[in-house]
Design a protein around this ligand. Structure first.
Ligand code: SAH
Length: 644
């Protein structure tokens, strides 16, 4: 064998956690260069009496190399002992390069990295089905800077288990970063393991919200690993619970992050895929977005015949051929809040081109690359929520959102985005353009509307002023944000450009079993708004709608009274004429229309035939009632109003 240095992983510290091969190398060594701070003296006890030991801590790289090269040339056996496994932050590359320049090879003997010793000490598996199937071994930047794409928050968004080396001293800012920018829920399990496998080993368990305090109180600043993620069972009880409710847990971990305002989105999504790889991406989107999703697969014969085409048989995947896909896209265009293409943007752009109308009506369209690396917001970035959906999709796939709207790029709020976030609608979308131009130019804008919205998004801009009544406006531009009577308020405002936003713009379509107790209907309706519709409040609803057969149903009247809302009824024949995403033959037999809740919601939200309203949430069938939510389109004039 050519003259060489043996690089040995010493393991985390305990003398019996080194490999047999590594220990054999120490037994035969003439010279050992070891990393003093984390290599235990016990391990060096096996070295022969004549062996010379050097702590590398006090030696510069050139000195270390000179020492090793000299000994190797003198025919001695040299071991370079690293803590854990040399492949992790061992700085072995620079040693190997320098030794190579001296004509000296290296042989590497792996070791037990501290990450695995820490997992063992915590008694947990770092990968856990449906929670995390990946582990990121990383660090925070110190003297060694981090490549830009390797930001901890980006890793956090993937949901992978995170392990931080060399970072205990910066745990406070790290944990804040993971929550604020990485979207981790404050109760995400986190642990610090100090000097694992040493007599002074300490294990601190907590959450991303409280671990930093624990670590600081314990005075731990070095020689500890930080582990973060839902895969870390914090107690045997947690583990049992997780084993029994894995789905809930996965839903929860995404659920919290799905509530971030920059990722807020409500409504059903249609996902289109063209390859089997795309199908895998679509399935993870459907699982992680926290939205009702339907997958349409248009695979070529070759793709569909592949070994794992079994995925196509799953109920949530609908196979379609090419023309079938176009027809489905046209049919579902307004029925879905979002259309997600998994594949090339070119395909998406061509498919949607004939369907696009304008931004007040078009649903969100995003395109996710098959690998999940990019989620591009293609159309309806603000009003349709495509920007927010792209961010959410990118987080689910662990990729990057691509957003290109002007206000976002300039770090400014956008009025249409604020309206969309609040599920409100624009009465006169054409006023958005002059208002945004004024915003970008820093011109004065008066805002007459909810103080909380002003405080949260607009108060920081010097050009914006809150006014109490529309007639108080003195600027050329104004925004009026009200519940329902926008047209009347608009007439009282002297500003030249006035954008009118109305917050009550949803219609709840519903049906229920005869004689259902009113309390029960109210409970189901609230649960529908909260869970299925993603947190809609009754104050956002403009009216309730149902089938004429239900005119005398006390529970419906009671719900309308409870929420102070008008209740509209439609004849079965009228309802039957409305195309809906979820028709039912059983309902047709009973009620004479294949849909009550979806059709009634859509009819009540309709504006003549000009603007098809969209379902924000398709039919949800509870035990004794069904619900669906439709959105009154932007710009629609309510029939009761006189034209301006
Ligand atoms: N090659 C080593 C890592 C070297 S970098 C390995 O595979 O473990 C040094 C960092 O590793 C420390 O800052 C700490 O984060 C971690 N580390 C190494 N040994 C450790 C131990 N016994 N207990 C806890 N953390 C340890």
């Amino acid at each position: 064998m050519r003259p060489h240095v043996t690089i040995v992983g010493a393991g985390p510290g305990a003398s019996d956690l080194i490999t047999l091969r590594g220990q054999q190398a120490l037994r035969q060594a003439d010279v050992v260069l070891y990393a003093g701070s984390l290599v235990s003296p016990e391990q060096l006890a096996v070295c022969p009496p004549h062996c010379r030991l050097y702590d590398s801590a006090g030696l510069a790289l050139a000195e270390q190399v000179a020492l090793m090269a000299g000994a190797v040339r003198a025919g001695q056996r040299v071991v370079r002992l690293h803590t854990g496994d040399p492949a992790m932050y061992g700085a072995t590359n620079e040693q190997m390069a320098a030794l190579a320049r001296e004509g000296i090879d290296v042989e590497i003997v792996p070791g037990v990295s501290s990450v695995f010793a820490a997992a063992a000490a915590l008694g947990c598996e770092l990968t856990s089905p449906e929670i995390s199937q990946s582990v990121v071994l990383t660090r925070t930047p110190g003297r060694t800077p981090m490549p830009a794409a390797e930001d901890a928050a980006a890793f956090a968004r993937t949901g992978a288990t995170l392990v931080f080396f060399l970072s205990a001293g910066r745990i406070d800012s790290l944990m804040r970063h993971l929550m604020e920018d990485g979207g981790l829920a404050p109760d995400t399990p986190a642990a610090a393991v100090y000097r694992v496998s040493w007599p002074e080993e300490r294990i601190l368990r907590g959450t991303v919200a409280d671990l930093a305090r624990q670590v600081q109180e314990a005075g731990i600043g070095r020689q500890a690993l930080i582990l973060v993620g839902r895969a870390l069972a914090t107690s045997p009880a947690d583990r049992t619970q997780r084993a029994t409710s894995r789905l809930y847990d996965a839903h929860f971990s995404h659920g919290y992050r799905n509530a971030l305002p920059q990722e807020a989105f409500a409504g059903a999504c249609a996902i289109y895929v063209f390859t089997r790889r795309g199908l895998a991406c679509a399935r993870s989107l459907a699982a992680g977005l926290g939205l009702p999703c339907r997958i349409y697969a248009s695979l070529s014969a070759g793709e569909a015949a592949g070994p794992d085409s079994s995925g196509l048989a799953l109920p949530e995947v609908q196979p379609l051929d090419g023309p079938g896909l176009d027809a489905q896209l046209a049919r579902g265009w307004q029925a879905f809040a979002a259309h997600i293409f998994v594949g090339a943007t070119g395909i998406a752009v061509r498919k949607i081109a004939p369907l696009l109308e304008d931004k007040t009506r078009d649903p969100a369209v995003i395109c996710v690359s098959e690998s999940g690396a990019h989620a591009v917001s293609l159309a309806s970035g603000h009003l349709g929520g495509a920007n927010r959906l792209a961010r959410r999709a990118a987080r689910v796939t662990g990729g990057q959102a691509v957003v290109s709207t002007a206000t976002d790029l300039n770090g400014l709020p956008a009025f249409d985005e604020l309206a969309a976030l609040a599920q409100a609608r624009l009465r006169n979308a054409e006023a958005v353009r002059p208002l945004h131009a004024a915003l970008l130019a820093g011109l004065p804008i008066d805002f007459c509307g909810p103080e909380d919205i002003f405080a949260a998004h607009l108060a920081a801009l010097p050009s914006l002023r809150h006014i109490d009544r529309p007639e108080d406006a003195t600027a050329d531009q104004a925004v009026i944000w009200c519940e329902t009577d926008g047209a009347a308020l608009r007439r009282r405002c002297p500003a030249r450009h006035v954008l009118v936003v109305e917050s009550r713009c949803l219609v709840l379509g519903l049906g229920c079993r005869k004689g259902l107790p009113p309390e029960e209907l109210a409970r189901l309706a609230e649960s529908f708004l909260e869970r299925q519709a993603g947190g809609i409040r009754p104050e956002q609803i403009a009216c309730l709608a149902s089938c004429a057969l239900k005119r005398d149903e006390p529970a419906l009247a009671a719900l309308a009274r409870r929420w102070g809302l008008p209740l509209r009824f439609f004849a079965a024949a009228e309802l039957a004429a409305v195309p809906v995403p979820t028709p039912s033959e059983a309902v047709r037999e009973r009620a004479g229309t294949p849909s009550v809740s979806e059709a009634a919601a859509l009819l009540a939200a309709r504006d003549g035939d000009a603007m098809p309203p969209r379902l924000l949430c398709p039919k949800w069938k509870a035990e004794a009632a069904t619900f669906a939510l439709a959105r009154i389109p932007h710009g629609r004039r309510l029939p009761a109003e006189e034209p301006r």
